[in-house]
Design a protein. Structure first.
Length: 197
């Protein structure tokens, strides 16, 4: 299992494909698996750096407050450890917000940046959503019930009733179940408190 010591923790990563480096930053409940369905396509044009962020997967999970700054610093340290000066950066959801923070802190490290499903500061609706996710995670854990709730906010009804619906439900339940409650709570707090303006 490839791991490197970076920014005081052990970070798990995988390389896939060939070309210019592309670091993938997953969302708050999906980690690096957020991109699982597109790894193969992206790897046709880029050397993917698929890694577990602090608190996720096989990377260390220190009990501490998490925020966009520390996740951006972790990525910079990972690139240093891998001897990569510059990379394309792509993040989705919370990963998109981390991508924006990384670009602001480390502009010389970016070839290009894609930020998907991100925003600069929580509005009332998202503040309520993340507060509710924290409460649900603390009450239900990272259970199928919690995963199903998140799924209804991330995927449309027509898609779930389509031919891939059952597989997506199973996949999201599995991926959400990989999280620790502490990481979910910290990720939600990080998004609730951030201000990228």
């Amino acid at each position: 299992m490839p791991k490197v010591q970076a920014n005081g923790i052990n970070i798990y990563y995988e390389f896939m494909g060939k070309g210019e480096p592309l670091a993938l930053i997953g969302g708050s409940l999906f980690g690096r698996q957020n991109f699982g369905m597109v790894w193969k396509g992206l790897a046709q044009s880029f050397k993917l750096i698929s890694y577990d962020q602090r608190g996720y997967g096989q990377t260390d999970r220190p009990l501490q407050p998490y925020n966009l700054d520390i996740w951006a610093d972790d990525l910079a340290a990972l690139l240093d450890a891998l001897k990569i000066d510059r990379a394309h950066i792509m993040g989705t959801s919370a990963g998109g917000m981390i991508a924006l923070k990384f670009a602001a802190k480390y502009p010389d490290r970016c070839i290009g940046v894609v930020s998907d499903c991100a925003f600069a500061k929580c509005d009332t609706m998202r503040s309520i959503m993340f507060r509710t996710w924290r409460h649900m995670a603390l009450t239900w854990g990272c259970s199928e019930q919690f995963a199903d709730h998140v799924l209804t906010q991330a995927v449309g009804a027509d898609y779930l009733d389509g031919p891939n619906g059952k597989n997506v439900i199973k996949m999201v339940r599995t991926i959400v179940g990989l999280n620790s409650v502490e990481t979910v709570v910290q990720a939600c707090l990080a998004m609730e408190n951030m201000d990228l303006r």
